[in-house]
Design a protein around this ligand. Structure first.
Ligand code: ZN
Length: 233
């Protein structure tokens, strides 16, 4: 059963957004992707995006005809006006307000707003994002209520329905691996392990059982822990 709407997936080239892309390809008649270059230290993820798209189309012929255009937006302004460990060369640590200094204030709100602008032009009425408030870094713009509020604001501001889907919102990282296995079997999980990028420091480096990365930054730690839970159950 295919949903006739066109979906635009916020696709960074990481594990979560690849899971969202597979989820959307299984569900919607047409799927496009959007990525953002905001001066992130892990810009290598932007190269991974194209590899993942290519591999998905090659390995899953049932999805290939649905996979439409990719849009890469230059949001270098966001990197210039935010002072964080994701966009500056500095140590990752907890701030006084309890949030890690990898938090780029308003990042998801900005991404979704620009995505909605592109979606409007492309005739897409669904935005899909990998935000999750189960195993996450505590970013307030990943909260379900934040995204529901933005869905209302965008739909009103554009005077057209704009649905924000977050299929990973209530899943643990281990459950995300189970979801992708359900969508594309071990082939999809192997693709995710080999080709997606998660590491905040932008290291591909060693290939661990869970994929490439430094193995110690918060993003790698979350990905490793989720994979270990998934494979041990
Ligand atoms: Zn790392």
């Amino acid at each position: 059963m295919s949903d006739a709407r066109t979906a635009l997936v916020l696709f960074s080239g990481g594990q979560d957004s690849t899971a969202c892309l597979a989820w959307a390809l299984e569900r919607y008649a047409r799927v496009e992707t959007i990525g953002f270059d905001y001066g992130q230290r892990h810009r290598i993820e932007l190269d991974c995006r194209q590899t993942v798209r290519r591999e998905l189309a090659a390995q899953f012929p049932q999805w290939a005809p649905k996979l439409g255009d990719d849009h890469l937006l230059d949001l270098s302004l966001l990197g210039q006006i935010s002072d964080t460990a994701l966009t500056q060369d500095r140590a990752i640590e907890l701030q006084a307000n309890g949030l890690p200094n990898t938090f780029v204030p308003g990042r998801n709100l900005i991404f979704l707003t620009f995505a909605a602008t592109v979606a409007y032009r492309r005739g897409a009425s669904v935005l899909v994002g990998g935000m999750c408030e189960t195993d996450f870094s505590g970013y307030p713009d990943c909260h379900d209520n934040t995204l529901k509020a933005q869905q209302v604001a965008l739909s009103l501001g554009l005077a057209t329905p704009m649905t924000i889907e977050t299929p990973l919102m209530w899943l643990s990282k281990a459950q995300t691996w189970a979801l992708t296995e359900q969508l594309g079997g071990t082939a999809l999980n192997e693709l995710i392990i080999e080709h997606t990028h998660t590491c905040y420091l932008g290291e591909r480096g060693q290939r661990h059982p869970w994929g490439h990365g430094c193995g110690t930054c918060p993003a790698c730690a979350l990905r490793r822990a989720g994979f270990e839970t998934y494979t041990s159950t």
